[in-house]
Structures are given as structure tokens and as C-alpha cells.
Ligand binder design. Structure first.
Ligand code: HEM
Length: 446
């Protein structure tokens, strides 16, 4: 039996919001707009004004219809394009229809488990080297910042064979500024029609250009190298190569590289942070993961790792899914779950709420890894969706699992980890499920 406990989460309101209060809350914390009842029943709607509505869908049949069966009628929301396109261009995340199908088909071979497993050794060595830089003495670190910078370095190494070193701080600052200040929607972003340029659109374009210039330089440098490398860039390059080294090919490669780094880095580093934060409160789980790591054959770095680490990571993704929301747009007037759903409405499928739904999970707020240990019944497909479901399921899920396993293993094989203060960190669901404050942990060398 392992420790199970209930980590604190922000209070949930009893009332539904509307109008200005709803717009304000959307900017502060997307999850907070939904009342307590959303964790018990399946469909809810909030009115922004007039016919502009937001629908929350949590029942398996609606989730399946929107994300699996009828994808073309429920594209990504134009709001999401407005907020993140300047930072990732025309890569896979924002492509739609035939263009999306073409890109996904081209890129999929680069992400198959066999290919990603070949990167596991690089990830393990980079993670190990990073963790080894901590002095071998009892000390405290600020966990989210440390993990975020290290994840960026390990991701850059595994994807691009690139030592970002000094650049990682700058890159992280740029990404923090974009995600923290420019990605959360302002009132005008929500109310203005898609073609209208808001003051924040201009700022997004400015910062987006600087971010993209970095990737342009990276791609140009890597393309000049004649030696073939063993990394994700090489796999993407061969997938996209048009044989002519054309500007269109280079632009594609730049946008996909920026998309993959943006998609991989923040999400995976948050998943690693929440997992370490939870097991810093669970010494038995740490102990057993350490035993699993020791039992691994020398040089055997490939996922799947042991069942305890696997169950711990999955349970952490259930309670604190980094991508807490999947948003879609209603392209045509329709009905969903018997409700009239007008064209232009926003659909929210929130892994956060589905993973904490009282009808789907026993004692949902508790961190309890026995849910995912061998022998436990598998969760129902649409009740556990940290990587989404359907054709647009996260292409990097295996990469993320592998990277997280390497980073967590590198930490736990050197340190006992415990919280430096009572567990008061709360998730703040703005663009991703970030911790709401600095969070220090004590590392005790083993
Ligand atoms: C724990 C880490 C991760 C989580 C929780 C996560 C979660 C998700 C989710 C929920 C989606 C669907 C979003 C939507 O449809 O609105 C998604 C899509 C995507 N993810 Fe991840 N992701 C993670 C790591 C990664 C990594 C490591 C990569 C790249 C190597 C990546 C690349 C992408 C891309 C390109 C898409 C768009 C796929 C498409 O539309 O075809 N993600 N991810």
C-alpha cells in the first residue's frame, strides 16, 4: 500500500458566472469559471453575451463526437490561433483539414515509439549530466524554475542535438513572457472578430517574431551541417525534405521545430514538476521507484520503466494535467447532447474536470497511484485524456513519457526529495496548469 493524500486545489464556486465576471475569470483561471456541479454532471453552458456561449463537455459521447467522429465540424478555436500562432507559425498544432492531414502523415514516422526510444539514451545522458551539476550536499532548490530550464536543455539536446546552455535562460524568459503575459486572452481578444488586430495582437507578433528568429537561425545552422545526426530534427528533416532546399521547406522546418519545442517543453516540464512535487510528499513511492531504477539493467534506458514510476506519472497527469483544456469551435449550428449549439460557440473539454469527475473516479481528489498499478482496471477511454484522444491526440506523448521517466529517474537516483514548506502550491490554469507560487524542495544526497 502506498501513501494516498489530497493535495490542495483552488476553491470551486457554487454559482455560474456570466458577462464581465466570466470574461475576467477566463483571464485569471479558466477552470474557475465552472461551478461545483460541473464535477458531478456532464454538460454545462455559460453565456458570454447574446448567442456567444461556452459549452463544457464531459460526457464520453460528446467528447467522442467532437474529438474523434466529427473533427472537421469542430476545428480549433480562432481565439487559440490569435493567441498562439505568432509563436509557432503554421506548424502541426494549428493546421486544419487537408493541410493538417498532410503534415501529420509526414511527421508521424518521426514520433513512432521505435524512433523515440532511440533518443532515450541521449535524454538519459543529458538529464543525468544536468542533475549531476547540483552540489552533492543537502540543499534547497526552487523546483518549477529548475525543472523548466533543465527540461528545455534536455529537449533541445534530444530534438536538435543542440547545447542551448546560456541561451536556455533567455529562451525560457521569452517563453515565460509569451505564455504568462501574451497567451492569456484579454477581453478584446475574445470579443473582437478574427480579422481585427488588437493591441495585444501587435505585441504577440513582435515577440513571436523574435522567438521565430531564434528558430530560423537554428534551422539554418543545422541545415548547413553535412553530418547526419541521431535526433528528432533529422527525422523531421527527412520527413519534410522537398529535395530543393526551398524557402518553403525551410519555413516548414522552422515552424515545425518551433511547434515541437513549444509543445514539448512547457507541458513536459510541468508534468515532471507536479510528479516530483507529489512524490516529495510520498517517501515510500520514492523508495520503490529507486528500487526499480536500480533493478534496470546497465545501459537499459528505454521506456517502459517500472510499474511504480509509470503509475505515479499517470496519476500525476490525472490530477494535474498540464494541458488542462482542449478547446474547439462550432463551425455550423448543431445539437450536442440534446442542446442547441449555435455556430461560433466555444466548446471546452477539460481534462482537469473529467479527471476529477465524481461519476468517473472514486475519491477523485486523492492522489492514489494504485489506480494505475498493474492489476487495476484500465480507466474508461474518455475518462482519462491527458494527451487528448482521436486523430489529433498528442503526437509527442511517447516522447513526453520517455523524457519524464529519464528526468525523474535522474533526480531520484541521486536525491531524496522533500518539500521545504507545507504543501500550499496551487495550480493556476491560465494557458497551462502552472504552479501559482515559487515552490522549494530539499534535496538530500543519497
Ligand atoms: C506531458 C506532456 C504533454 C502533454 C500533457 C501534452 C498534451 C497534449 C494535448 C492535450 C494535445 C491536444 C491539444 C488539442 O487538441 O487542443 C496535444 C497536442 C500536441 N502535442 Fe502534446 N503534450 C505533451 C507533450 C508533447 C511533446 C513532448 C510534444 C513534441 C515532441 C508535443 C507535441 C504536440 C503536438 C505537435 C500536438 C498537436 C497534434 C495535432 O494537432 O495533430 N506534445 N498535446
Amino acid at each position: 500500500m502506498y501513501e494516498s493524500f489530497t493535495p490542495p486545489v483552488p476553491p470551486v464556486s457554487d454559482e455560474s458566472l456570466s458577462g464581465l465576471a466570466l470574461l475576467r475569470a477566463l483571464r485569471r483561471d479558466v477552470v474557475s469559471i465552472w461551478p461545483r456541479d460541473a464535477y458531478r454532471n456532464s454538460s454545462h453552458a455559460l453565456t458570454i453575451f447574446g448567442r456567444r456561449k461556452i459549452f463544457l463537455l464531459s460526457d464520453p459521447s460528446s467528447v467522442r463526437r467532437v474529438l474523434v467522429d466529427d473533427v472537421e465540424n469542430f476545428p480549433r478555436s480562432p481565439l487559440r490561433n490569435r493567441l498562439i500562432k505568432p509563436a509557432i507559425g503554421d506548424g502541426l498544432v494549428l493546421a486544419e483539414g487537408a493541410e493538417w492531414r498532410k503534415q501529420r502523415k509526414m511527421l508521424s514516422p518521426a514520433f513512432i515509439p521505435k524512433g523515440v526510444d532511440q533518443l532515450a539514451g541521449t535524454m538519459a545522458a543529458a538529464a543525468e549530466a544536468r542533475v549531476a551539476t547540483l552540489a552533492r550536499e543537502r540543499q534547497e532548490i526552487e523546483l518549477p524554475t529548475t525543472i523548466a530550464r533543465w527540461t528545455l536543455e534536455v529537449v533541445a539536446k534530444a530534438m536538435l542535438s543542440l547545447e542551448v546552455g546560456d541561451k536556455s535562460r533567455r529562451l525560457k524568459e521569452m517563453s515565460d513572457f509569451y505564455l504568462g503575459r501574451l497567451a492569456p486572452p484579454r477581453m478584446l481578444d475574445i470579443l473582437a472578430p478574427p480579422g481585427f488586430v488588437t493591441p495585444h495582437d501587435l505585441l504577440r507578433r513582435y515577440y513571436g517574431r523574435r522567438w521565430m528568429m531564434f528558430f530560423e537561425e537554428v534551422v539554418d545552422t543545422l541545415l548547413k551541417e553535412s553530418e547526419r545526426r541521431d535526433d528528432l530534427f533529422e527525422l523531421m528533416r527527412s520527413a519534410l525534405d522537398d529535395g530543393a532546399n526551398s524557402p518553403a521547406f525551410r519555413r516548414q522546418l522552422r515552424d515545425q521545430t518551433a511547434t515541437m519545442i513549444a509543445g514539448a517543453n512547457e507541458t513536459t516540464s510541468l508534468a515532471i514538476f507536479w510528479t516530483l512535487y507529489l512524490i516529495a510528499q510520498a517517501p515510500h513511492i520514492q523508495h520503490d521507484i529507486r528500487t526499480e531504477i536500480q533493478m534496470r539493467r546497465a545501459g537499459d534506458t528505454i521506456w517502459p520503466t517500472g510499474p511504480v514510476l509509470n503509475a505515479t506519472f499517470q496519476e500525476s497527469l490525472r490530477l494535474f494535467p498540464p494541458n488542462f483544456s482542449i478547446m474547439r469551435h462550432v463551425a455550423q449550428d448543431t445539437e450536442i447532447d440534446g442542446r442547441e449549439t449555435p455556430k461560433g460557440s466555444t466548446l471546452m473539454i477539460l481534462p482537469w474536470i473529467i479527471h476529477r469527475h465524481e461519476a468517473y473516479w472514486r475519491d477523485p481528489a486523492r492522489f492514489d497511484i494504485s489506480r494505475f498499478l498493474p492489476g487495476a482496471p484500465s480507466p474508461e477511454k474518455y475518462h482519462y485524456i491527458p494527451y487528448s484522444v482521436g486523430p489529433r491526440i498528442c503526437i509527442g506523448a511517447h516522447f513526453a513519457n520517455s523524457l519524464a521517466a529519464q528526468m525523474i529517474s535522474a533526480f531520484l537516483s541521486r536525491y531524496e526529495i522533500s518539500l521545504a514548506a507545507p504543501p500550499e502550491t496551487l495550480p493556476s490554469c491560465v494557458a497551462l496548469a502552472w504552479p501559482d507560487r515559487k515552490t522549494y524542495v530539499k534535496l538530500t544526497p543519497l
